[in-house]
Design a protein around this ligand. Sequence first.
Ligand SMILES: C[S@@+](CC[C@H](N)C(=O)[O-])C[C@H]1O[C@@H](n2cnc3c(N)ncnc32)[C@H](O)[C@@H]1O
Length: 370
Amino acid sequence: MQVSSLQQLIAERILREGPISFADYMRMALYEPGYGYYVTGEAKMGWEGDYFTSTDVADLFAHCMGRQVKKMWEQLGQPARLGVLEQGAGRGDLAQQLQQWATTYEPALMAALDYRQTDIKTGQDALVTVDDDTFTPAIILSNELVDAFPVYVVEKQGDTLYEVAVTIANGRLAETLVEMDSNTLIDYLESFKVPWHTFPDGWRAEINLDALVWMERTCQILAGPNLQRKRHGFILAIDYGDVAGKLYSIERRHGTLSSYYKHQLTDRPLVRPGEQDITAHVNFTALIQVGRQQGLRLHSLTTQGQWLRDNGIDDELDQIRQRDFGAIDTDRASNQGQTALLQWYNLRQRVSALTDPMGMGNFKVLIMKR
Ligand SMILES: C[S@@+](CC[C@H](N)C(=O)[O-])C[C@H]1O[C@@H](n2cnc3c(N)ncnc32)[C@H](O)[C@@H]1O
């Protein structure tokens, strides 16, 4: 077996400390400075990378986000300056496509918009945000950020909930079950009334403690430094995931951990550390709970498919049909008309991918406000 430097680093740590938690493994695989999947050079997202996200599928996703931002701006009373912070922005496609849309269709919004992006890759970790008093976002957005945070993995056997740890067996990284040295993970599940005792042996689940930290920090950024005069605004987070009752259920007995390598979904997160993405579905009930503790209210939790429809995806399609595909009606038999028809089908197909309840349409969109 060829051993990468990161594998070596992980193995050395295990030899030093004994088995490490899956969360520690995932943190090294994704974020180890100089080696981790998200902090090293090459293209990870997009058609040449390991997976694609909604902005790769069609600009219309960003247009709908633009419409959503406009609604929020209006609800805030159309302030002259609207700070928008996008966390985990990756390549910046959402920012670019949204601002391009606003420039053409919503110049007044564009004039107010101060849109900033951050990403761990450029040194801004959303979990250790340093307050920037000069920038006051009223909207904080993220798309597929929280599912990338390291998770603990637990497995039920008999009456016991064990933690899945990472060790070395036969010269390779391997899973092992260990007893927990604190009640944190059990307390987490019990706080959502997960009846794990009643589940069959082998039942597994992931627990994302960083998501709680992130939500708390994000609420605090939104509120601003003056505790007497907390600012108004919105947090919008899109991700794979569900409410706790559905996520931690018998139907999901294998958990939701997935790895992506060159567009292939794999269930082997321990191979190729640093070279493949690892994600787990987000517990939206946990985010809502933290948001409420921080004084926010739930505005909506819906699916991406529904959210896109609520934010005008059909209207966007109609406009494009009229603007760019007139040849389909006027000149259908010509080469130009045929090409237009095929391009139109292609666009329709892409919109279906974004809204498909069995695919990206089943992402959840959480909006909280204060
Ligand atoms: C799945 S990608 C999504 C990228 C982009 N939002 C999109 O939709 O194409 C996850 C992004 O989150 C970033 N990220 C992961 N953990 C982060 C953290 N703790 N703070 C800031 N960014 C993070 C990664 O570098 C990556 O760009």
